[in-house]
Ligand binder design. Sequence first.
Ligand SMILES: Nc1ncnc2c1ncn2[C@@H]1O[C@H](COP(=O)(O)OP(=O)(O)OP(=O)(O)O)[C@@H](O)[C@H]1O
Ligand SMILES: [Mg+2]
Length: 417
Amino acid sequence: MGWFPCSGDSFRKAKNKKKMKMQQKTLDRINSIPDKLKMNSSLRVKEASEDGASDQITAQTLTFRELAAATKNFRSECLLGEGGFGRVYKGYLESINQVSRLLNIGMMQVILCLLQDVAIKQLDRNGVQGNREFLVEVLMLSLLHHPNLVNLIGYCADGDQRLLVYEYMPLGSVEDHLHDLSPGKKPLDWNTRMKIAAGAARGLEYLHDKAKPPVIYRDLKCSNILLDRGYHPKLSDFGLAKLGPVGDNTHVSTRVMGTYGYCAPEYAKTGQLTLKSDVYSFGVVLLEILSGRKAVDTSKAAAEQSLVAWARPLFQDRTRHSLIADPELQGQYPPRGFYQALAVAAMCVHEQPDMRPVIADVVTALAYLASQKYESDAEKVQSPCLDPGTPTRTKRDKERKLNGGRGSERERTRKLK
Ligand SMILES: Nc1ncnc2c1ncn2[C@@H]1O[C@H](COP(=O)(O)OP(=O)(O)OP(=O)(O)O)[C@@H](O)[C@H]1O
Ligand SMILES: [Mg+2]
Protein backbone atom coordinates (compact mmCIF):
# COMPACT_ATOMS: atom_id res chain seq x y z
CA MET A 1 0.00 0.00 0.00
CA GLY A 2 1.33 3.46 -0.79
CA TRP A 3 1.08 6.88 0.75
CA PHE A 4 -1.23 9.55 -0.52
CA PRO A 5 -1.81 13.18 0.00
CA CYS A 6 -5.42 12.73 1.24
CA SER A 7 -6.86 15.77 -0.50
CA GLY A 8 -5.96 17.56 -3.70
CA ASP A 9 -7.26 20.76 -2.14
CA SER A 10 -4.73 20.77 0.65
CA PHE A 11 -2.04 19.94 -1.87
CA ARG A 12 -2.91 23.04 -3.87
CA LYS A 13 -2.92 25.08 -0.68
CA ALA A 14 0.54 23.75 0.08
CA LYS A 15 1.72 25.47 -3.07
CA ASN A 16 0.86 28.77 -1.53
CA LYS A 17 4.03 30.85 -1.45
CA LYS A 18 4.15 31.57 2.27
CA LYS A 19 3.73 27.93 3.19
CA MET A 20 6.41 26.93 0.70
CA LYS A 21 8.83 29.33 2.37
CA MET A 22 8.07 27.82 5.77
CA GLN A 23 8.45 24.29 4.42
CA GLN A 24 11.81 25.23 2.93
CA LYS A 25 12.92 26.56 6.30
CA THR A 26 11.91 23.32 8.02
CA LEU A 27 13.64 21.31 5.33
CA ASP A 28 16.85 23.28 5.77
CA ARG A 29 16.72 22.64 9.50
CA ILE A 30 16.19 18.91 9.01
CA ASN A 31 18.82 18.86 6.28
CA SER A 32 21.45 20.07 8.68
CA ILE A 33 20.85 17.21 11.12
CA PRO A 34 22.18 14.23 9.17
CA ASP A 35 25.30 16.29 8.45
CA LYS A 36 25.79 16.61 12.18
CA LEU A 37 25.19 12.89 12.49
CA LYS A 38 27.77 12.27 9.78
CA MET A 39 30.34 14.37 11.53
CA ASN A 40 29.70 12.60 14.77
CA SER A 41 28.39 9.16 13.98
CA SER A 42 28.36 8.24 17.66
CA LEU A 43 25.90 10.99 18.54
CA ARG A 44 24.38 10.10 21.88
CA VAL A 45 20.91 10.96 22.82
CA LYS A 46 19.62 10.75 26.34
CA GLU A 47 16.22 9.10 26.31
CA ALA A 48 13.78 7.96 28.92
CA SER A 49 15.05 4.55 29.95
CA GLU A 50 11.79 3.39 31.52
CA ASP A 51 10.31 0.14 30.19
CA GLY A 52 13.54 -1.00 28.65
CA ALA A 53 14.19 1.95 26.35
CA SER A 54 17.93 2.32 25.79
CA ASP A 55 19.53 5.62 26.72
CA GLN A 56 21.88 5.94 23.78
CA ILE A 57 21.98 5.13 20.11
CA THR A 58 24.48 5.10 17.33
CA ALA A 59 23.28 5.41 13.73
CA GLN A 60 26.17 4.57 11.43
CA THR A 61 26.91 6.12 8.06
CA LEU A 62 27.55 3.46 5.45
CA THR A 63 28.86 3.72 1.91
CA PHE A 64 26.91 2.65 -1.15
CA ARG A 65 29.70 0.19 -1.92
CA GLU A 66 29.25 -1.51 1.50
CA LEU A 67 25.50 -1.84 0.96
CA ALA A 68 25.90 -3.14 -2.60
CA ALA A 69 28.26 -5.80 -1.24
CA ALA A 70 25.80 -6.63 1.56
CA THR A 71 22.98 -7.33 -0.94
CA LYS A 72 25.05 -9.03 -3.68
CA ASN A 73 24.61 -5.89 -5.75
CA PHE A 74 20.91 -5.58 -4.96
CA ARG A 75 20.24 -8.95 -6.52
CA SER A 76 16.56 -9.84 -7.00
CA GLU A 77 16.88 -12.95 -4.81
CA CYS A 78 17.59 -10.60 -1.88
CA LEU A 79 14.39 -8.59 -2.48
CA LEU A 80 12.06 -8.65 0.53
CA GLY A 81 9.36 -6.38 -0.84
CA GLU A 82 8.58 -2.92 -2.12
CA GLY A 83 6.70 0.04 -0.66
CA GLY A 84 6.24 3.74 -1.36
CA PHE A 85 9.85 4.56 -0.46
CA GLY A 86 11.38 1.94 -2.71
CA ARG A 87 12.64 -1.62 -2.66
CA VAL A 88 13.66 -3.46 0.50
CA TYR A 89 16.49 -6.01 0.35
CA LYS A 90 17.83 -8.49 2.82
CA GLY A 91 21.55 -8.06 3.36
CA TYR A 92 24.43 -9.16 5.55
CA LEU A 93 26.69 -6.58 7.11
CA GLU A 94 29.80 -7.09 9.11
CA SER A 95 28.46 -6.70 12.61
CA ILE A 96 28.86 -3.15 13.75
CA ASN A 97 28.52 -3.86 17.43
CA GLN A 98 30.90 -6.77 17.57
CA VAL A 99 34.50 -6.42 16.49
CA SER A 100 35.76 -9.09 14.11
CA ARG A 101 38.05 -11.40 16.02
CA LEU A 102 41.34 -13.00 15.15
CA LEU A 103 41.29 -16.57 16.33
CA ASN A 104 44.34 -18.76 16.71
CA ILE A 105 43.34 -22.33 15.94
CA GLY A 106 46.40 -24.56 16.09
CA MET A 107 48.83 -23.27 13.48
CA MET A 108 46.13 -21.36 11.62
CA GLN A 109 44.94 -17.84 12.16
CA VAL A 110 41.27 -17.42 11.32
CA ILE A 111 39.51 -14.11 11.10
CA LEU A 112 36.09 -14.58 12.60
CA CYS A 113 33.85 -12.14 10.85
CA LEU A 114 30.46 -11.72 12.51
CA LEU A 115 27.71 -11.04 10.04
CA GLN A 116 24.47 -9.35 11.02
CA ASP A 117 21.36 -9.71 8.87
CA VAL A 118 19.77 -6.40 7.98
CA ALA A 119 16.97 -4.98 5.82
CA ILE A 120 18.12 -2.31 3.37
CA LYS A 121 15.58 0.13 1.95
CA GLN A 122 16.64 1.93 -1.20
CA LEU A 123 14.90 5.17 -2.15
CA ASP A 124 13.27 4.97 -5.55
CA ARG A 125 14.25 8.26 -7.12
CA ASN A 126 11.10 8.20 -9.29
CA GLY A 127 8.84 7.26 -6.37
CA VAL A 128 6.32 9.21 -4.33
CA GLN A 129 8.63 9.68 -1.36
CA GLY A 130 11.90 11.49 -1.30
CA ASN A 131 14.69 13.17 0.52
CA ARG A 132 12.39 14.69 3.11
CA GLU A 133 11.01 11.33 4.27
CA PHE A 134 14.57 9.95 4.32
CA LEU A 135 15.75 12.79 6.54
CA VAL A 136 12.78 12.57 8.90
CA GLU A 137 13.27 8.79 9.20
CA VAL A 138 16.97 9.18 10.05
CA LEU A 139 16.24 11.98 12.50
CA MET A 140 13.35 10.25 14.26
CA LEU A 141 14.95 6.83 14.55
CA SER A 142 18.21 8.35 15.70
CA LEU A 143 16.46 10.04 18.58
CA LEU A 144 13.83 7.47 19.50
CA HIS A 145 14.64 4.10 20.94
CA HIS A 146 12.28 1.53 22.39
CA PRO A 147 11.87 -2.27 22.29
CA ASN A 148 8.70 -1.80 20.20
CA LEU A 149 10.30 0.46 17.57
CA VAL A 150 12.44 -0.93 14.79
CA ASN A 151 16.12 -0.16 15.16
CA LEU A 152 17.90 1.93 12.53
CA ILE A 153 21.38 0.51 12.16
CA GLY A 154 22.63 3.03 9.66
CA TYR A 155 22.01 5.03 6.53
CA CYS A 156 23.72 6.01 3.32
CA ALA A 157 23.55 9.34 1.50
CA ASP A 158 26.08 8.83 -1.29
CA GLY A 159 25.52 11.21 -4.23
CA ASP A 160 21.83 10.87 -5.07
CA GLN A 161 21.55 7.44 -3.44
CA ARG A 162 19.50 7.31 -0.23
CA LEU A 163 19.40 4.06 1.72
CA LEU A 164 18.21 3.10 5.18
CA VAL A 165 19.55 0.07 7.04
CA TYR A 166 17.35 -1.57 9.67
CA GLU A 167 17.61 -4.59 11.90
CA TYR A 168 16.10 -7.53 10.01
CA MET A 169 12.65 -8.62 11.15
CA PRO A 170 12.49 -12.35 10.38
CA LEU A 171 8.70 -12.72 10.53
CA GLY A 172 7.85 -9.86 8.14
CA SER A 173 4.91 -7.57 8.78
CA VAL A 174 1.59 -8.13 10.57
CA GLU A 175 -0.10 -7.68 7.18
CA ASP A 176 1.76 -10.76 5.88
CA HIS A 177 0.17 -12.85 8.66
CA LEU A 178 -3.39 -11.53 8.43
CA HIS A 179 -4.34 -11.17 4.79
CA ASP A 180 -4.03 -13.31 1.66
CA LEU A 181 -2.28 -16.13 3.53
CA SER A 182 -0.46 -18.51 1.25
CA PRO A 183 -1.69 -22.13 1.48
CA GLY A 184 -0.09 -23.88 4.42
CA LYS A 185 0.74 -20.67 6.27
CA LYS A 186 -0.56 -20.89 9.81
CA PRO A 187 -2.91 -18.05 10.80
CA LEU A 188 -2.11 -16.13 13.98
CA ASP A 189 -3.70 -17.58 17.10
CA TRP A 190 -5.55 -15.49 19.69
CA ASN A 191 -2.67 -15.17 22.17
CA THR A 192 -0.27 -14.01 19.45
CA ARG A 193 -2.78 -11.45 18.18
CA MET A 194 -3.13 -9.96 21.66
CA LYS A 195 0.65 -9.95 22.14
CA ILE A 196 1.06 -8.03 18.87
CA ALA A 197 -1.73 -5.56 19.69
CA ALA A 198 -0.34 -4.84 23.17
CA GLY A 199 3.25 -4.44 21.88
CA ALA A 200 2.23 -2.10 19.05
CA ALA A 201 0.23 -0.01 21.55
CA ARG A 202 3.33 0.19 23.78
CA GLY A 203 5.40 1.49 20.85
CA LEU A 204 2.79 4.18 20.21
CA GLU A 205 2.61 5.02 23.92
CA TYR A 206 6.37 5.65 23.88
CA LEU A 207 5.97 8.09 20.96
CA HIS A 208 3.02 9.91 22.56
CA ASP A 209 3.90 9.93 26.23
CA LYS A 210 7.63 9.33 26.68
CA ALA A 211 9.13 11.28 23.76
CA LYS A 212 9.58 14.98 24.47
CA PRO A 213 8.04 16.66 22.54
CA PRO A 214 5.52 13.96 21.68
CA VAL A 215 5.70 12.38 18.26
CA ILE A 216 2.65 11.79 16.07
CA TYR A 217 3.40 8.71 14.01
CA ARG A 218 0.85 9.34 11.20
CA ASP A 219 1.44 6.05 9.41
CA LEU A 220 0.22 3.31 11.72
CA LYS A 221 -0.97 0.33 9.67
CA CYS A 222 -0.45 -3.43 9.61
CA SER A 223 2.33 -3.31 7.00
CA ASN A 224 4.32 -0.98 9.27
CA ILE A 225 4.20 -3.31 12.28
CA LEU A 226 7.13 -5.66 11.78
CA LEU A 227 7.63 -8.90 13.67
CA ASP A 228 10.78 -10.06 15.37
CA ARG A 229 11.35 -13.58 16.65
CA GLY A 230 8.50 -14.78 18.88
CA TYR A 231 6.11 -12.35 17.11
CA HIS A 232 7.52 -9.41 19.06
CA PRO A 233 6.08 -6.35 17.26
CA LYS A 234 8.03 -3.23 16.30
CA LEU A 235 6.73 -0.08 14.62
CA SER A 236 8.59 0.98 11.47
CA ASP A 237 8.53 3.77 8.86
CA PHE A 238 8.79 7.16 10.51
CA GLY A 239 9.11 9.25 7.33
CA LEU A 240 5.71 10.84 7.96
CA ALA A 241 6.13 11.36 11.70
CA LYS A 242 5.53 14.84 13.09
CA LEU A 243 6.50 16.47 16.33
CA GLY A 244 3.25 16.87 18.24
CA PRO A 245 1.68 19.98 19.76
CA VAL A 246 3.45 21.61 22.69
CA GLY A 247 2.20 23.97 25.40
CA ASP A 248 -1.48 24.92 25.12
CA ASN A 249 -1.73 23.89 21.48
CA THR A 250 -4.06 20.99 20.82
CA HIS A 251 -3.02 20.16 17.29
CA VAL A 252 -0.47 20.75 14.54
CA SER A 253 -1.68 21.80 11.09
CA THR A 254 -0.20 19.91 8.21
CA ARG A 255 -0.78 18.68 4.69
CA VAL A 256 -2.90 15.55 4.98
CA MET A 257 -0.79 12.44 4.45
CA GLY A 258 -1.37 8.85 5.35
CA THR A 259 -2.91 5.68 3.99
CA TYR A 260 -6.54 5.22 2.94
CA GLY A 261 -8.58 3.41 5.54
CA TYR A 262 -6.31 4.35 8.46
CA CYS A 263 -6.67 8.13 8.40
CA ALA A 264 -8.82 9.73 11.14
CA PRO A 265 -11.87 11.46 9.59
CA GLU A 266 -11.29 14.86 11.23
CA TYR A 267 -7.64 14.89 10.11
CA ALA A 268 -8.64 14.01 6.52
CA LYS A 269 -11.18 16.88 6.59
CA THR A 270 -9.22 19.65 8.31
CA GLY A 271 -5.53 18.72 8.24
CA GLN A 272 -5.48 19.23 12.01
CA LEU A 273 -3.29 16.49 13.41
CA THR A 274 -3.49 15.35 17.04
CA LEU A 275 -2.32 12.34 19.03
CA LYS A 276 -5.89 11.07 18.69
CA SER A 277 -5.38 10.70 14.93
CA ASP A 278 -2.87 7.93 15.73
CA VAL A 279 -5.32 6.39 18.22
CA TYR A 280 -7.88 6.16 15.39
CA SER A 281 -5.33 4.38 13.14
CA PHE A 282 -4.54 2.05 16.03
CA GLY A 283 -8.25 1.21 16.30
CA VAL A 284 -8.30 0.26 12.61
CA VAL A 285 -5.23 -1.96 13.11
CA LEU A 286 -6.88 -3.63 16.12
CA LEU A 287 -10.03 -4.25 14.07
CA GLU A 288 -7.89 -5.87 11.36
CA ILE A 289 -6.22 -8.07 13.97
CA LEU A 290 -9.62 -9.17 15.34
CA SER A 291 -11.43 -9.59 12.03
CA GLY A 292 -8.65 -10.59 9.62
CA ARG A 293 -10.19 -8.09 7.18
CA LYS A 294 -8.29 -5.32 5.39
CA ALA A 295 -8.82 -1.66 6.35
CA VAL A 296 -10.09 -1.14 2.80
CA ASP A 297 -10.98 -4.06 0.57
CA THR A 298 -12.27 -3.08 -2.87
CA SER A 299 -12.92 -6.72 -3.75
CA LYS A 300 -15.83 -6.79 -1.27
CA ALA A 301 -19.41 -5.51 -1.72
CA ALA A 302 -19.75 -1.71 -1.34
CA ALA A 303 -21.10 -1.92 2.24
CA GLU A 304 -18.14 -4.01 3.37
CA GLN A 305 -15.27 -2.22 1.65
CA SER A 306 -14.44 0.04 4.58
CA LEU A 307 -13.70 -2.05 7.66
CA VAL A 308 -14.74 0.67 10.12
CA ALA A 309 -18.02 1.46 8.31
CA TRP A 310 -18.86 -2.27 8.16
CA ALA A 311 -17.97 -3.01 11.80
CA ARG A 312 -19.53 0.06 13.44
CA PRO A 313 -23.18 -1.14 13.45
CA LEU A 314 -22.01 -4.52 14.76
CA PHE A 315 -20.30 -2.95 17.81
CA GLN A 316 -23.70 -2.09 19.29
CA ASP A 317 -25.11 -5.60 19.05
CA ARG A 318 -23.40 -8.11 21.29
CA THR A 319 -25.22 -11.02 19.67
CA ARG A 320 -23.51 -10.21 16.36
CA HIS A 321 -19.93 -9.76 17.63
CA SER A 322 -18.96 -13.21 16.45
CA LEU A 323 -19.59 -11.99 12.87
CA ILE A 324 -16.54 -9.73 13.26
CA ALA A 325 -14.19 -12.51 14.44
CA ASP A 326 -11.64 -13.68 11.87
CA PRO A 327 -12.90 -17.03 10.45
CA GLU A 328 -9.23 -18.12 10.48
CA LEU A 329 -9.48 -18.21 14.30
CA GLN A 330 -11.98 -21.07 13.88
CA GLY A 331 -13.78 -20.01 17.03
CA GLN A 332 -10.61 -20.46 19.11
CA TYR A 333 -10.78 -17.28 21.17
CA PRO A 334 -12.21 -16.29 24.56
CA PRO A 335 -15.63 -14.66 23.92
CA ARG A 336 -15.21 -12.28 26.86
CA GLY A 337 -11.68 -11.27 25.82
CA PHE A 338 -12.85 -10.79 22.25
CA TYR A 339 -15.69 -8.54 23.40
CA GLN A 340 -13.28 -6.47 25.52
CA ALA A 341 -10.75 -6.10 22.69
CA LEU A 342 -13.56 -5.11 20.33
CA ALA A 343 -14.76 -2.49 22.84
CA VAL A 344 -11.22 -0.98 22.83
CA ALA A 345 -11.20 -0.91 19.01
CA ALA A 346 -14.67 0.68 18.93
CA MET A 347 -13.56 3.46 21.30
CA CYS A 348 -10.39 4.11 19.27
CA VAL A 349 -12.30 4.57 16.00
CA HIS A 350 -14.90 6.87 17.58
CA GLU A 351 -15.90 9.67 15.18
CA GLN A 352 -15.22 12.29 17.88
CA PRO A 353 -11.49 12.49 18.69
CA ASP A 354 -12.23 13.60 22.27
CA MET A 355 -14.17 10.38 22.88
CA ARG A 356 -11.18 8.22 21.88
CA PRO A 357 -9.02 6.94 24.74
CA VAL A 358 -5.43 8.06 25.28
CA ILE A 359 -2.95 5.40 24.22
CA ALA A 360 -1.80 4.74 27.82
CA ASP A 361 -5.31 3.46 28.65
CA VAL A 362 -5.30 1.30 25.52
CA VAL A 363 -1.97 -0.19 26.67
CA THR A 364 -3.42 -1.01 30.10
CA ALA A 365 -6.43 -2.79 28.59
CA LEU A 366 -4.47 -4.72 25.97
CA ALA A 367 -1.65 -5.69 28.35
CA TYR A 368 -4.30 -7.24 30.59
CA LEU A 369 -5.90 -9.11 27.66
CA ALA A 370 -2.48 -10.32 26.50
CA SER A 371 -1.74 -11.61 29.98
CA GLN A 372 -4.88 -13.80 29.98
CA LYS A 373 -3.56 -16.81 28.10
CA TYR A 374 -6.22 -18.62 26.13
CA GLU A 375 -5.98 -22.35 25.77
CA SER A 376 -7.34 -23.67 22.47
CA ASP A 377 -9.37 -26.90 22.23
CA ALA A 378 -6.33 -28.70 20.82
CA GLU A 379 -4.21 -27.62 23.80
CA LYS A 380 -6.94 -28.72 26.24
CA VAL A 381 -6.98 -32.19 24.66
CA GLN A 382 -3.23 -32.45 25.18
CA SER A 383 -3.59 -31.85 28.94
CA PRO A 384 -6.98 -33.44 29.74
CA CYS A 385 -6.38 -33.97 33.46
CA LEU A 386 -5.95 -30.31 34.27
CA ASP A 387 -8.56 -27.64 34.53
CA PRO A 388 -7.92 -25.33 31.53
CA GLY A 389 -5.55 -22.58 32.54
CA THR A 390 -4.39 -24.39 35.68
CA PRO A 391 -0.63 -24.03 35.85
CA THR A 392 1.30 -27.24 36.41
CA ARG A 393 2.25 -27.92 40.01
CA THR A 394 5.87 -26.86 39.67
CA LYS A 395 4.93 -23.72 37.75
CA ARG A 396 2.27 -22.84 40.32
CA ASP A 397 4.72 -23.39 43.15
CA LYS A 398 7.29 -21.21 41.41
CA GLU A 399 4.71 -18.44 40.99
CA ARG A 400 3.77 -18.70 44.65
CA LYS A 401 7.40 -18.33 45.60
CA LEU A 402 7.83 -15.25 43.37
CA ASN A 403 4.71 -13.70 44.89
CA GLY A 404 5.83 -14.32 48.44
CA GLY A 405 3.43 -17.26 48.85
CA ARG A 406 0.41 -15.17 47.84
CA GLY A 407 -0.49 -17.20 44.75
CA SER A 408 -0.26 -16.09 41.12
CA GLU A 409 -1.68 -12.92 39.63
CA ARG A 410 -4.20 -15.10 37.85
CA GLU A 411 -5.36 -16.78 41.05
CA ARG A 412 -5.73 -13.44 42.77
CA THR A 413 -7.73 -12.01 39.85
CA ARG A 414 -10.05 -15.02 40.05
CA LYS A 415 -10.63 -14.44 43.75
CA LEU A 416 -11.65 -10.85 43.08
CA LYS A 417 -14.41 -11.91 40.67
N1 LIG B 1 13.31 -4.34 8.80
C1 LIG B 1 12.69 -5.20 7.99
N2 LIG B 1 12.90 -6.52 8.11
C2 LIG B 1 12.24 -7.40 7.30
N3 LIG B 1 11.38 -7.03 6.33
C3 LIG B 1 11.14 -5.72 6.15
C4 LIG B 1 11.78 -4.73 6.96
N4 LIG B 1 11.34 -3.52 6.54
C5 LIG B 1 10.47 -3.74 5.55
N5 LIG B 1 10.34 -5.05 5.29
C6 LIG B 1 9.45 -5.68 4.29
O1 LIG B 1 9.59 -4.97 3.07
C7 LIG B 1 8.32 -4.78 2.47
C8 LIG B 1 8.14 -3.34 2.04
O2 LIG B 1 8.12 -2.51 3.19
P1 LIG B 1 7.88 -0.95 3.09
O3 LIG B 1 7.86 -0.43 4.46
O4 LIG B 1 8.85 -0.36 2.14
O5 LIG B 1 6.46 -0.85 2.41
P2 LIG B 1 5.00 -0.94 3.00
O6 LIG B 1 5.01 -0.74 4.48
O7 LIG B 1 4.40 -2.21 2.50
O8 LIG B 1 4.28 0.26 2.33
P3 LIG B 1 4.46 1.83 2.66
O9 LIG B 1 5.50 2.32 1.76
O10 LIG B 1 3.12 2.37 2.35
O11 LIG B 1 4.83 1.96 4.10
C9 LIG B 1 7.27 -5.26 3.44
O12 LIG B 1 6.76 -6.47 2.96
C10 LIG B 1 7.99 -5.49 4.73
O13 LIG B 1 7.51 -6.65 5.35
MG1 LIG C 1 6.28 0.18 5.64
